[in-house]
Design a protein around this ligand. Structure first.
Ligand code: ZN
Length: 481
């Protein structure tokens, strides 16, 4: 198994690769390394400055924003927009992107715009473009957050991710390039016992500095390792990076017990970028040098600490600006500062939960977090799944800890009743385990109710399934698509 010396990869191959592609990733990295330590006030000012120039750029050069924003802007002496109030501007929906993809592009964009898409395997696909500066920004954010845990670019990284069995020529090229970066990809589509044993052997020989994947598949592998393999030498391992779905406390503990290193959660999407990542102190920090995050409750901004839809502006995407993009994910911004000293805001995020929610008989739709938080905050609950049957009833299955209070089920039931009201029957029962699919995301909330009563835009009940990725680089691009 090929493995390139770290220094060669870090200081020659990685920077060379980025330069050949016209991405100033390492310059960006040096800048955000410094900016993360600025005070919250300085961070805010920096964001405002970047937002202002982004908005100015969008109105001047991008037809979609020009026609949409001009009425909201005042015009200066040079005939150019002077003042734009971000909060007064309309948000950007997935439907807007589908309907106006061509007008969302900066026609004179220097360098090539790369086409991307998400959600091909389920729901409606979204097609969009990403330019080099935006790629560099997302890649720099990824390297930075890995470095928080002592994992530099060029260190050996083992991905447990979706990948096809048959490799095409491009895939082989990618695999070869992944080799230069010390990335190694294992398929999360096949987690048979035989395969998981092979992966253990790969782990021993490759000695990765970090692991990367969905918490459900990584923890499944970890369970296998602890049950069927002799003690695993963790060797050089420094961290396990999880992404793409809610990492529940049991999965986190399983990973910590098996690998004996910190587990850190990342949040982002292919279209919106690398949005937030947990630091060693456990806070999920917004990558505030690169993205501006708002939380909306319908059309008004949510208060600090209040849940709502996560709306993202990518500060470096000039080729196809994403301004006030509605992610469909739910979360909240948290008050206060993190003890780690970074000035970047902290948030909670739950991905792709917009369609994983509960329907009420009166036609209202409630996002999954409403019920997830009741369960999360009940002491003694280790794992859970809520399924809404077609008659609106909630079937709740929970795995409880040994020390759970005797009335834990009753507490969950009354907590849920407070949220969903009397119209919805709630049944809670204990279960020894919650089964997980071999691949794909764990869904804490599922509903069998037809989406007739859902809000516009909720066309699909299915959670976004991971599209097929073909290499470690694709895995990153897909980070949570
Ligand atoms: Zn922190």
């Amino acid at each position: 198994m090929m493995s390139v010396p770290y220094l060669l990869s870090r200081h020659l191959l990685c920077p060379l690769h980025e330069r050949v592609l016209g991405r100033r990733t390492f310059a960006r990295l040096r800048q955000i390394e410094r900016e993360q330590w600025r005070s919250p006030v300085e961070v805010r000012l920096l964001q405002m400055r970047r937002l202002r120039s982004l908005l100015r750029h969008a109105v001047q050069h991008v037809p979609f924003y020009a026609s949409r924003y001009r009425p909201a802007s005042s015009v200066g002496r040079d005939g150019e927009p002077e003042r734009l109030n971000l909060r007064a501007l309309p948000t950007l929906s997935k439907q807007d992107i589908r309907a106006h993809a061509d007008e969302l592009i900066w026609p004179e964009s220097p360098g090539r715009l790369r086409p991307y898409s998400t959600g091909g395997s389920s729901g409606d696909p979204l097609h969009f473009f990403i330019d080099r500066p935006r790629q560099a920004s997302d890649a720099a954010a990824r390297i930075l957050t890995h470095r928080w845990f002592g994992v530099d670019a060029g260190r050996r990284e083992l991905f447990l991710w979706g990948c096809p069995i048959e490799l095409t020529r491009t895939d082989r090229l990618r695999a070869w390039r992944d080799g230069l970066f010390n990335h190694r990809l294992l398929s999360a589509f096949d987690l048979s016992r035989e395969r998981m044993r092979e992966y253990a052997e790969v782990f021993r020989r490759f000695r990765p500095r970090c692991l990367f994947g969905y918490p459900s598949t990584l923890s499944r592998w970890a369970e296998h390792l602890m049950t069927h393999e002799a003690a695993m030498p963790t060797g050089d391992l420094r961290a396990v990076f999880v992404t793409g779905e809610v990492c529940d406390p049991v999965q986190r503990r399983t990973l910590e017990r098996c690998f004996r290193v910190p587990v850190a959660d990342g949040y982002g999407s292919r279209e919106a970028g690398f949005i937030a990542h947990q630091c060693p102190a456990g806070s999920m920090h917004v990558i505030a040098s690169e993205v501006f995050v708002e939380v909306m409750d319908g059309d008004r901004p949510a208060r600090e600490g209040e849940f709502g839809e996560i709306v993202v502006t990518h500060l470096h995407a000039l080729g196809m600006p994403f301004i006030r993009y509605r992610t469909g994910d739910f979360g909240r911004l948290l008050p206060g500062r993190c003890p780690c000293g970074r000035g970047w805001p902290r948030m909670d995020a739950v991905q792709g939960r917009r369609t994983d929610g509960i329907h009420l008989p009166d036609g209202r739709f409630m996002h999954g977090l409403a019920v997830i938080y009741v369960l999360r905050e009940t002491p003694g609950v280790e794992q859970f799944q809520v399924r809404q049957t077609s008659d609106f009833a909630l079937e709740v299955r929970v795995v409880t800890s040994d020390g759970a209070a005797s009335d834990v089920l009753g507490r969950i039931e009354s907590g849920l009743r407070r949220v969903v009201g009397d119209q919805v029957p709630v049944r809670v029962r204990r279960t020894p385990t919650i089964e997980r699919a071999a691949s794909g995301k764990h869904r804490p909330v599922l509903s069998d109710v037809e989406s007739g009563g859902a809000r516009p835009g909720q066309s699909s009940h299915r959670a976004p399934r991971p599209a097929v990725a073909v290499g470690a680089d694709a895995a990153f691009e897909e980070v949570i698509a």
